[in-house]
Design a protein around this ligand. Structure first.
Ligand code: HEC
Length: 109
């Protein structure tokens, strides 16, 4: 019983080695929160992107104030209270991604 089990181990290792590249390929490369946040910010939020009102660099645009560096809480509060942004619905994960992008924008000149 035990030796049969031990003989199975080399097969298991071969199996892992054979499938490892497929597993890696299936898992990556993954879009980071920052990548996702950029797409939401520039294109998808409310079908227009935050960029339309807050500017490509988050420094403010023709309608919206500067929002670079704003946190998850700031974004949630603003989305919940602003009538102008009422048409934008984001999941918690999307808010986190967009906040990561706002943080990144804040690190830019
Ligand atoms: C249609 C224009 C528009 C779009 C699109 C928009 N906003 Fe706004 N946003 C505004 C306006 C206008 C305000 C100022 C508050 C108000 O008048 O409702 C504001 C305020 C904010 C504030 C609060 C700023 C502060 O100083 O407290 C945050 C944070 C914010 N927006 C984030 C976002 C994010 C993130 C997105 C994209 C998911 C977005 N906004 C998309 C128009 C917009």
């Amino acid at each position: 019983m035990r030796s049969k089990f031990l003989r199975g181990i080399p097969m298991l290792i071969v199996g892992i080695l054979v499938f490892a590249p497929f597993l890696l390929a299936a898992c990556g490369p993954k879009a980071t929160p920052l990548d996702k946040g950029k797409v939401i910010y520039e294109e998808t939020a409310g079908g227009v992107g935050c960029k339309m009102c807050h500017g490509a660099d988050g420094k403010g645009g023709n309608q919206g104030p500067p929002i670079r560096g704003k946190s998850v809480e700031d974004v949630n509060r603003a989305l919940a209270t602003s009538e102008t942004m009422e048409f934008i619905n984001l999941t918690d994960e999307e808010v986190e991604s967009v906040a990561a992008y706002l943080k990144y924008l804040n690190s830019q000149p």
